[in-house]
Design a protein around this ligand. Structure first.
Ligand SMILES: Nc1ncnc2c1ncn2[C@@H]1O[C@H](COP(=O)(O)OP(=O)(O)O)[C@@H](O)[C@H]1O
Ligand SMILES: [Mg+2]
Length: 813
């Protein structure tokens, strides 16, 4: 580049002086070569412009040191300003101008005169100095150029050609001015540049400014960039979400989203304990990943719904009020005095020992149809709790209690959690119906072991169900069990239970229950009123006596409904009929021959080898006829008629007793080796407690052997020992009732049962029957046989009892 370096500045004495009006600027400097519009509004300035326009249009423009000053004087202005020329003038409507000025040269005011309403300065152009070293200049110039180029790159609003035509220092100076005009600088920095006279310094200054601008610009870019990228990320996510929604919709998953959200909301509102909550969340997440209609999704859904359907916190308030409880029990059940007392005791204990969690489990034991199930539901009602019955009869698989693993198709939780789901509260009463009918074979896991866990207060806080795979707290549930026989209750369960026995009903009790409960309830259920349909007491009694045979009232209720259906049929056939009264004839027509009519006893019958025992069976008490026959033989004993092992043992015990008493009874010592004995029980009633037939067996054998008839009006029950002691037995109420029904006049019973029987005297209501309590078989024989077995005829033998005793012990040893 060929610079034309100007001559060293001339001395200030040779400088041209200009006398110019001053235009003070607020917040602005005008560099040479830049053209800038200025609004002129202040009086002083207007006068200055007017004056300039009348001369050669030149003004001295300079910045105010303080913007706030409205009427600046010379000292308020910077000395260094710009000599400028007014290019255009537009007069404003409300006075003042809008002018366009172009900077001509940097200038310094030397003095001021403000006589004519405006300031007028004497000023000289300021010269540029320090331009001697051309290399330094070139170096600086290159510097500026590269800076400028990089600045241009980032700020593309800059004109490209500002620096291209620089060929002289003069140009260079102009270029600097133009350049700086394009850079945004604060006023004071611009002023510094304006006053700066040394060219290298000015170039350096420009470099600095450019550098700073670039840095600022870059920082700005970076900030904008990061803001931008944040925005972009948000946008991207939004976009992807939209896309996903579209895909979901296509695949039918948007319902699923809604579903999943609903499930989550439900989990939250249910306040699940941590364990199940986590489990459910895991499953819900799995559900989200699956196509909605897939088989697996429906399995997961089924599972989650199960957990959400279970009660987790909701409970019924125990409303234990003894009077109310008693009222409820009485309102729904006639009789049952003792069981009700026991139940009320239990409820009271529950009330006071709610903290003692280890209250025993009640087990109602008794024959079918005596109200065990319905009592349990009344207990729940009197506690104000929900009630659910779980039938354990025939349960043989642990999975029925604990549920199937989810891998099975159609798997479900076990009976307990199913019940919990239905009651919807955490503290229901759950009835374990017929625990004695539960199978205990452990082919498929022992269900009774699982049941034991349910009932154990230590373990049932965390009852594990295979289907749900979580533990569930059953500790607030109150369990009640029922059973027909205590023998069938699995031993460990038996151990935890408090047994309450319900015995069968007498005719009178059945009658009362029917009158008070069964008939009104069934009439109502059939849409009949008690006025429309009447069943007289005597007909009802025939129905009970001759058409039902049971300990409870099930058969009775069934027969009753059968009759009511027939009555309805009659009403429908004959519209004119208004009331109906059941007669005996009609009853017999509808029900046919009486099935269980008791044959009247023949008091004259000669009963040798035939004795009446009393048995306890499923259907209540029954008369048990035991027949024996003795023929010449080798001492064989045969038993026929469905006799169990226990009965057989009783028979042998009886024989041993008889042998020991042989002389007193007038029997030959060796009868057992010369005779065959056949024992038979004709009617198929299978007694449940075998040993209680002991004394009857013995009586029948003695009667047959001694040909001494048994009193036909006597019946008996009791276990016999080898030495002829009579031991107590069970099922007494049913047995005595059965005896009474058959017209028996005297019942022989073990003395040890006396207390028990005295207690139930009120329920028995057996008027014309004598109860004989005995300790020994000898007494039984005395009471049962028509002639005294130890008669005078055998007195001799009786006297020799000591020897006989000896002989018999020899024989048995
Ligand atoms: N003492 C009673 N008072 C009123 N109704 C009774 C009585 N005992 C039984 N019942 C009724 O007899 C029917 C059978 O009773 P249920 O409870 O099923 O007997 P269980 O469970 O002992 O076999 C039920 O309708 C019940 O209400
Ligand atoms: Mg039942």
């Amino acid at each position: 580049m060929d610079y034309q370096i100007p001559h060293e500045a001339e001395g200030s004495s040779q400088k041209v002086h200009y006398l110019l009006p001053v235009l003070p600027l607020k917040n602005m400097t005008i560099l040479p070569k830049s053209i800038i519009p200025v609004i002129v509004g202040r009086k002083q300035s207007i006068a200055a412009v007017e004056s300039a326009l009348q001369q050669d249009r030149q003004v001295f423009v300079t910045a105010q040191r303080d913007v706030e000053v409205e009427r600046p004087s010379f000292k308020d202005l910077y000395d260094y300003g710009t000599r400028a020329v007014i290019l255009q003038v537009v007069r404003m409507p409300k006075g003042g101008f809008k002018i366009l000025v172009e900077g001509v040269s940097r200038s310094q005011a030397l003095s001021c005169d403000s006589g004519n309403g405006y300031m007028q300065v004497d000023c000289v152009d300021s010269a540029t100095t320090g331009t001697t070293d051309i290399n330094e200049l070139e170096a600086l110039w290159r510097h500026v150029r590269t800076r400028y180029q990089s600045y241009q790159k980032i700020n593309n609003k800059l004109p490209a050609d500002i620096l291209s035509e620089v060929s002289s220092v003069d140009n260079m100076e102009h270029a600097m001015d133009t350049l700086l005009a394009h850079i945004t600088l604060p006023l004071d920095e611009r002023q510094v540049f304006l006053e700066m006279g040394n060219l290298p310094e000015r170039l350096l200054y420009v470099c600095k400014m450019l550098d700073r601008e670039v840095t600022i610009f870059e920082t700005e870019e970076r900030i904008r960039g990061s803001v931008q990228s944040q925005l972009e990320r948000n946008q991207r996510e939004y976009y992807l979400q939209q896309q996903r929604n579209a895909i979901d919709k296509e695949l039918g998953r948007d319902d699923q989203q809604a579903e999943v959200q609903q499930l989550r909301a439900k989990v939250k509102s249910l306040k699940l304990p941590r364990d199940p909550a986590e489990k459910v969340e895991r499953e819900i997440r799995r559900l989200e990943q699956m196509p909605q209609s897939s088989a697996e999704a429906s399995v997961v859904r089924h599972y989650v719904e199960w957990i959400l359907a279970l009660p987790w916190h909701k409970s019924s308030r125990d409303t234990i009020n003894m009077q109310a409880a008693e009222k409820i029990l009485n309102k729904q059940h006639a009789g049952l005095k003792k069981p009700k007392e026991r139940i009320l005791e239990f409820i009271a204990a529950k009330k006071f020992s709610n903290l003692l969690k280890r209250s025993p489990i009640i087990c109602l034991v008794g024959p079918p149809g005596v109200g065990k199930t319905s009592l349990a539901s009344s207990i729940a009602e009197s506690l104000g709790r929900e009630f659910r019955r779980i039938s354990l009869g025939g349960v043989r698989d642990e999975a029925e209690i604990r549920g199937h693993r989810r891998t099975y198709i159609g798997a479900l939780p076990g009976k307990f959690l199913q019940a919990m789901r239905q009651v919807e509260t955490v503290n229901p009463v759950i009835l374990l119906d017929e625990v004695d009918k539960m199978s205990t074979d452990s082919h498929n896991g022992d269900p009774s072991a699982a049941l034991l866990e349910v009932l154990d207060p230590e373990q049932n806080k965390a009852f594990y169900d295979h289907f749900l795979e979580i533990s569930y707290d059953l500790s607030q549930v109150m369990f009640i069990a029922t059973a027909n026989h205590i023998e069938g209750i699995p031993y460990p369960l038996h151990d935890r239970m408090e047994l309450i026995f319900l015995s069968g009903y007498s005719e009178q009790e059945k009658f009362d229950i029917t009158k008070k409960f069964l008939l009104p309830r069934n009439l109502k259920e059939h849409g009949l009123s008690s006025k429309q349909c009447k069943i007289p007491s005597n007909v009802l009694m025939i129905l009970i006596r001759e058409y039902t045979k049971e300990a409870g009232v099930r058969q009775l209720e069934r027969t009753l409904t059968k009759i009511l259906r027939k009555v309805i049929q009659l009403f429908l056939e004959d519209q004119s009929m208004l009331t109906f009264t059941l007669t005996e004839e009609q009853l017999r027509i509808w029900l046919g021959h009486s099935k269980f009519k008791i044959k009247p006893l023949n008091a004259q019958e000669e009963r040798i080898g035939l004795a009446s025992g009393l048995a306890w069976t499923e259907v209540g008490g029954d008369l048990l006829e035991i027949e024996t026959s003795i023929v010449t033989g080798k001492g064989n004993v045969t038993l026929t008629g469905q006799l169990g092992e226990v009965m057989q043992e009783s028979a042998y015990a009886a024989l041993t007793y008889i042998r020991s008493k042989a002389p007193q009874l007038g029997l030959k010592q060796n009868f057992n080796t010369t005779k065959d004995i056949h024992i038979h029980i004709p009617e198929g009633a299978t007694p449940k407690d075998g040993p209680s037939a002991g004394i009857t067996l013995c009586t029948a054998i003695v009667s047959e052997m001694t040909k001494n008839p048994v009193n036909p009006l006597v019946a008996m029950t009791g276990e016999i020992t080898l030495r002829g002691r009579v031991l107590p037995v069970g099922g007494l109420k049913e047995k005595i009732l059965a005896a009474w029904q058959h017209g028996i006049k005297k019942v022989i019973l073990p003395r040890e049962n006396k207390e028990e029987i005295d207690e139930m005297q009120s329920e028995l209501n057996t008027r014309d029957i004598t109860l004989k309590f005995v300790d020994t078989m000898d007494e039984v024989l005395e009471e049962a046989l028509l002639r005294s077995p130890f008669s005078a005829k055998h007195a001799k033998a009786k006297r020799a009892a000591g020897d006989d005793h000896h002989a018999s012990s020899n024989q048995t040893s």
